[in-house]
Design a binder for this molecule. Structure first.
Ligand SMILES: [Zn+2]
Ligand SMILES: [Zn+2]
Length: 310
C-alpha cells in the first residue's frame, strides 16, 4: 500500500513580488483561496504540508529589510505598490488557523521572502538569511519546521537546510517522466496524458548525501490552464482530475508516494475548487477502502529515516 502526499506552497503575494506583471486575479484570490482550501482539507480529513513564506508571520515591517543580504530592491514591492496591502504581505492569522485545525497539518517553510535558493540565484549568505529568518518567525508561533519547499522548485544549498533543522524537501519530478503539461501544444497531447499507464509517477523518497529525505513531486495540480484546459474539459471532463486519480490508483498498487502539490492561489474559479474537491474526495474514498494512506512530508520523512536506520 502506498502513500498520498499533498504539499501546498502558501505565499499570499510573495510568489510574485519580484515580477513586473504579477497575476492579479490569483493575488486577489489568495486569501480566500487559502481559507477555502483549508476548509476542503478539513472536510475530507486530509492533512497537508503547508510550506509557508516566513514573512507572512511578521506582525509588521517597514518594507525595507535593510539587514537582509538580498538588498532593499528585493523588497521593493512592499514599499511601493503593496505598501497599503498588508493582506498580501502578512498572514499570521491564517497560519494560526492551520495550527488549530482539526486536521493535523505539517507546517513547513517556503523560505522567508521567496528567494529562489539555487546556487545561481542565491549566494550562501542570502540562502542563510532566508532560512534563518523563516525559522525565527516560525519559532514565534511555536513552530519547529521539518519540511521545506524551494521557491520555483530551484533546489540548492541543501546542507544549510540540515543546519536549520529541516529533515525533508520536495525535490523535482523524476526526469524519466516527461511531463506533457509543461510542453503542452495540443489538446490531443493533453488527452493522451490521461490514458492509464501514462499518468504521473509514484515516487520513491530517497535520503540524500546530507541526510535529508528528498520527496520528489509527482504532479502539479495546475500544470496546464488556459484554452487547452477549457477545450479538454469540455470533451473529457477535467483531465487533471483523471491524472490525479491515476496517480492515486498507482499509489494504491505500489509502495511509493504519490506527491501532488499546488498553491492555494491556483484556486480562482469555481471549477478550480471543483477539481480539488473531486481529487480529495477520491483520496478519501481510497483511504476508507484501506487502499492508500495519506501522510504529510514530515511523516513520510520520519518513516523513511526509520527504515534507513533499521
Ligand atoms: Zn517586509
Ligand atoms: Zn512559491
Amino acid at each position: 500500500m502506498g502513500t498520498v502526499t499533498l504539499s501546498v506552497d502558501a505565499e499570499l503575494g510573495w510568489g510574485w513580488h519580484d515580477l513586473d506583471s504579477p497575476p492579479n486575479d490569483r493575488i486577489e484570490a489568495a486569501r480566500q483561496s487559502w481559507q477555502r482550501l483549508q476548509g476542503l482539507l478539513s472536510e475530507f480529513s486530509v492533512p497537508a504540508t503547508w510550506a509557508i513564506v516566513g514573512h507572512l508571520l511578521l506582525d509588521d515591517c517597514d518594507g525595507r529589510h535593510q539587514s537582509h543580504p538580498a538588498g532593499v530592491d528585493w523588497f521593493e514591492r512592499e514599499t511601493g505598490e503593496w505598501r497599503e496591502r498588508p493582506d498580501l504581505r502578512f498572514g499570521g492569522e491564517l497560519v494560526n488557523d492551520l495550527q488549530t485545525a482539526r486536521v493535523d497539518h505539517d507546517i513547513g517553510s517556503h523560505t522567508f521572502s521567496h528567494v529562489p535558493l539555487s546556487s545561481d540565484k542565491a549566494d550562501r549568505e542570502t540562502a542563510r538569511a532566508e532560512l534563518e529568518r523563516s525559522v525565527e518567525t516560525a519559532a514565534n508561533y511555536g513552530l519547529s519546521m521539518k519540511s521545506f519547499v524551494y521557491p520555483r522548485n530551484r533546489v540548492g544549498h541543501r546542507d544549510l537546510l540540515v543546519e536549520y533543522g529541516f529533515t525533508t524537501y520536495r525535490g523535482n519530478r523524476p526526469k524519466t517522466w516527461v511531463d506533457e503539461n509543461d510542453t503542452l501544444g495540443t489538446v490531443a497531447k493533453l488527452v493522451r496524458g490521461t490514458v492509464p499507464g501514462t499518468g504521473p509517477p509514484v515516487v520513491d523518497p530517497v535520503v540524500d548525501e546530507f541526510g535529508l529525505v528528498n520527496i520528489p513531486a509527482s504532479l502539479y495540480l495546475f500544470g496546464f490552464e488556459g484554452r487547452a484546459r477549457s477545450v479538454a474539459e469540455a470533451v473529457y471532463a477535467d483531465p487533471m482530475v483523471l491524472k490525479a486519480r491515476h496517480g492515486i490508483d498507482a499509489a494504491a498498487d505500489d509502495d511509493g508516494v504519490f506527491h501532488m502539490w499546488l498553491h492555494p492561489n491556483n484556486l480562482v474559479d469555481e471549477r478550480d475548487f471543483a477539481r480539488m474537491r473531486a481529487i480529495l474526495s477520491y483520496v478519501d474514498d481510497r483511504r476508507r477502502a484501506g487502499d492508500v494512506t495519506v501522510a504529510t512530508m514530515a511523516t513520510v520523512a520520519d518513516e523513511v529515516r526509520k527504515r534507513v536506520r533499521a
